[in-house]
Design a protein around this ligand. Structure first.
Ligand code: DSN
Length: 414
């Protein structure tokens, strides 16, 4: 195959591949999808308009993409033991907004987790459409345990009578008790929406409880722990299927991205393989190792540890902010994001913490031994607060990443 003819973009793609190869990516929401998934996205499937759903389209010529979307749907249902699946959402946020459009009227009440305690913008923050069109009330975590405060969830639910209760988060390291959430939802006649965007891969492999049969609706993304293409999905009970499908299309999206839906199907198949289960088991072991070593060094781990792919590190014992740590670690080739910790006194642009995740480094084959090395590098950089130290560590990071290539020669023919 010829190289991409646009040299400017071609060079930037090569630069980004090099960046991913030569850095240790600890962004909890990212992953390195397989060459099969990525190659599926770069196919002429992208050319096809297919508004509607399999075998019920508004365009001719959909006979092939019908089969592809049908396969994706059936695989996704099987993966999560769901009655209904929609694979068309372009992202997790689109999926959430579609659920609101399906189940709420403007002004109805959503009960969700506060953003600084681990929630997500699309769960009702005032800058998001969810916060503009619906009334949002929020719960948080307990101050002593930093885990979900179910007494507070129940009290607010009884007082505010939400139509939807949302559980599932962007920065929460512990397992979610879907059963208790459903009991509260039933007490007040609310729908339970579980947004498992971050933990899809962990749920699919059984290392985190499945939200079904407790949730009425489940939203998720395919590019995080599930290690697929960038995108979202919605799962629901049979009763809600028609409402959900109509809300997504024609309610808020137009033509589905058939090249991405095909790549989602490829990722769902990969997620059913025994190797993927082994991968997720290692993701959790690696996540725990990173947290344990940083804890031994004297840093505080929010909630005391992690059950998942991510942990939140409270940097206050070292007197460094999340922003400073993110910048310095970036120089060292260790990519993290600053993150508010629970009850943080610093604004989200500064923060007192960082969020670290193990999905990317585990994909490239690293295990506990390497996690110990990485956690030590993190500590050396942030405790020194020195750019020179960060530059010195960058050399060591390069030596480590060279031993664990991600794509080898897969993209030589771009
Ligand atoms: N941006 C994602 C994350 O980092 O958690 C959520 O949308």
């Amino acid at each position: 195959m010829e190289h991409i003819k646009d040299n400017e973009i071609y060079e930037l793609i090569k630069k980004e591949i090099k960046r991913q190869e030569e850095n240790l990516i600890l962004i909890a929401s990212e992953n390195h999808a397989s060459p099969h998934v990525l190659k599926t996205m770069g196919t002429p499937l992208s050319n096809k308009y297919a508004e509607g759903y399999p075998f019920k389209r508004y365009y001719g010529g959909c006979e092939v993409v019908d089969e592809i979307e049908h396969i994706a749907i059936e695989r996704l249902k099987k993966l999560f033991n769901a009655e209904h699946a929609n694979v068309q959402p372009h992202s997790g946020t689109q999926a959430n907004l579609a659920v609101y459009l399906a189940l709420l009227k403007p002004g109805d009440t959503i009960l969700s987790m506060k953003l600084p305690h681990g929630g997500h913008l699309s769960h009702g923050h005032k800058v998001n459409a969810a916060g503009k069109y619906y009334r949002v009330v929020q719960y948080g975590v307990r101050k002593d345990t930093e885990t979900i405060d179910f007494d507070q969830v129940r009290d607010i639910a009884k007082r505010e009578r939400p139509k939807i209760i949302i559980c599932g988060y962007s920065a929460y390291p512990r397992q979610i008790d879907f059963k208790t959430f459903r009991e509260i939802a039933d007490e007040v006649g609310a729908y339970l929406l579980a947004d498992i965007a971050h933990i899809t891969g962990i749920v699919a492999t059984g290392f985190h409880p499945n939200p079904f049969p407790y949730a009425h609706v489940v939203t998720g993304t395919t590019h995080k722990t599930l290690r697929g293409p960038r995108g979202g999905f919605i799962l629901s009970t049979k009763e809600l299927a028609e409402k959900i499908d109509k809300a997504l299309f024609p309610g808020m999206q137009g033509g589905p991205l058939m090249h991405v839906i095909a790549a989602k199907a490829v990722c769902f198949k990969e997620a059913m393989e025994p190797e993927f289960k082994t991968y997720i088991e290692q993701v959790i072991k690696n996540s725990r190792k990173l947290a344990d070593v940083l804890k031994e060094k004297g840093l505080r781990i929010v909630s005391g540890g992690t059950d998942t792919h991510l942990s939140l590190i409270d940097l206050r014992p070292l007197g460094i902010t999340g922003k400073e740590a993110e910048d310095l670690l970036g120089i060292a080739g260790i990519v993290v994001n600053k993150n508010t910790i629970t009850f943080d006194e610093k604004p989200p642009t500064i923060t007192s913490g960082i969020r670290i995740g193990s999905p990317c480094v585990t994909t490239r084959g690293m295990k506990e031994k390497e996690m110990e090395v990485i956690a030590n590098y993190i500590y050396e950089v942030i405790s020194s607060r020195s750019e020179d130290k960060a530059k010195e560590i960058k050399q060591k990071v390069k030596e480590l990443t060279d031993k664990f290539p991600i794509y080898k020669d897969s993209f030589n023919d771009l």
